[in-house]
Design a protein around this ligand. Structure first.
Ligand SMILES: Nc1ncnc2c1ncn2[C@@H]1O[C@H](COP(=O)(O)OP(=O)(O)OP(=O)(O)O)[C@@H](O)[C@H]1O
Ligand SMILES: [Mg+2]
Length: 486
């Protein structure tokens, strides 16, 4: 029995070698001849040969998209072949920091899985078409073949292939470069859907460790995010699309955008920064949503300034109030919004985007709105279920300051901390301003000077607030006197 097995094994490898050589020589012999040899070998083999062969093409005959199974096998073999294959290809990936070795073309490796021996071979062929292409490798078709004894059919086709595909997918997730996308104007949406979004490598250094916030609040946010990312089965059980909405609100410079970056880094998600004013209408908005991938955060910044989403629901007085934007930051944002193209995205379009029937496509997605004025948003837009978690980011507290002091000055404690704690209780300063004051302005500035700078800035802010309050009181008093006189 063993002898028979060996004989078949030897015959198998002889014939496999003939096929391998024919594949090698197809670059030199006419294509018809080499394919002919292979065809007759196959016929001959099928009479006696107890081995099964499965082919995985890089591109399926009926599609343009690269086959996902091929890509997963490629990654699996790259990770598992470098110890056994004799000829390897080297590739630089991930910002050219790491070298990845993978099986070279026409190389063969063998592997054992639950007692079953199997062989992987990587091959390629060039179709005879003489067409001229601008893409140098476009006509090259690569494929992998998997060979194993027919007695292992079940274990290979059921368990082993599942294992290879899962492992290939996991390697992709571990090694992928995350991306930051922004939506293109619809005039450039020609051809394939890839033109809807442009991307750069997402490389933001913000993390929850460096993000300054009250530790209890921070821990609550982290566990909410981690619970969400592991809750696929739970969402399926309760019949909800696997997505979660976050509303981040608070004054400018309190860390809303920084928090989005920290969220993406924690969950290893991509970020889609959706510029609503560049979206023409609701249909475009839906297409953009379908064009996003899972494991991503879709963020709409300054939602109150993006569009007049509240128009139909608000009374005229409220609209007039809305126009009275006296905060310098608001004036800038409102101006930017009005300068951009007029968009016909409506509130109902946006509501559908968040939790309409299409929102379930893809799964594992977080939608984040940021705003400086939560009170201006339509309640329908931010009700629970749409924006599940409302997080207020406010002025810097002492706990948040300690995180910043650790980040910027490597300080855990200092005698000046007590003064700073008192001043932070008495006045409002954003984490952005605190961080700016803590940054050394020259190489000579030590941590004590930076803390003193912060104290000066806090005292100045306190004095400014006091003066403002006095002014307001004066105005009120004058108004009252005017009324009395009238
Ligand atoms: N909580 C924080 N922890 C650490 N750094 C912060 C924090 N808040 C702000 N910063 C720093 O201040 C800068 C501005 O913060 P960020 O852009 O996140 O504010 P924002 O709330 O999004 O402001 P806006 O409302 O104007 O968009 C960032 O570069 C960041 O380094
Ligand atoms: Mg921001």
């Amino acid at each position: 029995m063993v002898m028979m097995g060996e004989m078949w094994g030897q015959l198998g490898s002889v014939i496999a070698s003939v096929m391998f050589v024919s594949a090698m020589f197809q670059n030199y012999f006419p294509y018809e001849l080499s394919r002919g040899i292979e065809k007759y070998c196959h016929k001959f083999l099928s009479l006696f040969y107890p081995y099964i062969k499965i082919t995985f093409d890089e591109y399926p005959s009926d599609g343009y998209e690269r086959c996902k199974a091929f890509a997963a096998i490629e990654r699996y073999l790259a990770a598992n072949s470098s110890a056994t294959a004799k000829r390897l290809k080297a590739n630089l990936v991930k910002n050219s920091k790491s070298l990845v070795l993978s099986m070279d073309d026409y190389e063969e490796i063998s592997e054992k899985y639950e007692g079953a021996k199997l062989w992987w071979t990587s091959k390629k062929f060039h179709p005879t078409s003489q067409s001229i292409s601008f893409y140098p490798r476009e006509d090259e078709k690569r494929y992998y073949t998997l060979t194993f004894h027919k007695k292992h059919r079940d274990v290979i086709t059921k368990a082993y292939l599942r294992h290879v595909l899962d492992e290939g997918k996991a390697i992709a997730v571990r090694g992928r470069q995350r991306k930051l996308f922004t939506n293109n104007n619809s005039e450039s949406w020609y051809g394939y859907r890839k033109n809807m979004w442009s991307h750069v490598v997402f490389d933001h250094p913000a993390t929850f460790e460096t993000w300054a916030l009250d530790p209890k609040k921070k821990q609550d946010i982290i566990s909410d995010l981690l619970t969400f990312s592991k809750a696929k089965d739970y969402y399926a059980k309760v019949g909800k699309a696997w997505k979660r909405g976050y509303l981040l609100y608070g004054p400018p410079g309190t860390g809303k955008s920084t928090m989005v970056a920290a969220m993406a880094n924690l969950l290893e998600y991509d970020v889609y920064d959706l510029e609503l004013t560049a979206v023409k209408d609701n249909a475009e908005l839906r297409k953009l949503l379908i064009g996003t991938m899972s494991k991503s955060i879709i963020v709409i910044e300054d939602i109150d300034c993006s569009l007049d989403l509240t128009g139909q629901r608000k009374s005229k007085n409220e609209k007039d109030e809305k126009k009275e934007v006296n905060d310098a930051e608001d004036v800038k944002k409102a101006k930017e919004a009005s300068e951009s193209k007029t968009s016909q995205v409506t509130l109902s379009g946006l509501l559908n985007f968040i939790d309409g029937i299409w929102s379930a496509c893809g799964g594992e997605r977080i939608i984040v709105f940021t705003t400086n004025h939560v009170e201006k948003l339509d309640p329908a837009l931010i009700r629970r279920g749409r924006m599940d978690k409302h997080i207020e980011l406010s002025y810097c507290c002492f706990e948040a300051f300690k995180v910043l002091a650790r980040n910027y000055l490597d300080l855990e404690s200092h005698p000046l901390f007590a003064t700073i704690s008192k001043l932070l209780d008495e006045t409002n300063m954003t984490p952005a301003d605190v961080a700016e004051n803590l940054m050394p302005k020259s190489a000579e500035e030590g941590s004590e000077t930076c803390l003193e700078n912060l104290i000066k800035a806090l005292e100045a802010a306190k004095e400014e607030a006091r003066m403002k309050a006095v002014e307001e009181e004066k105005l009120l008093k004058a108004e009252k006197e005017d009324k009395l006189k009238a």
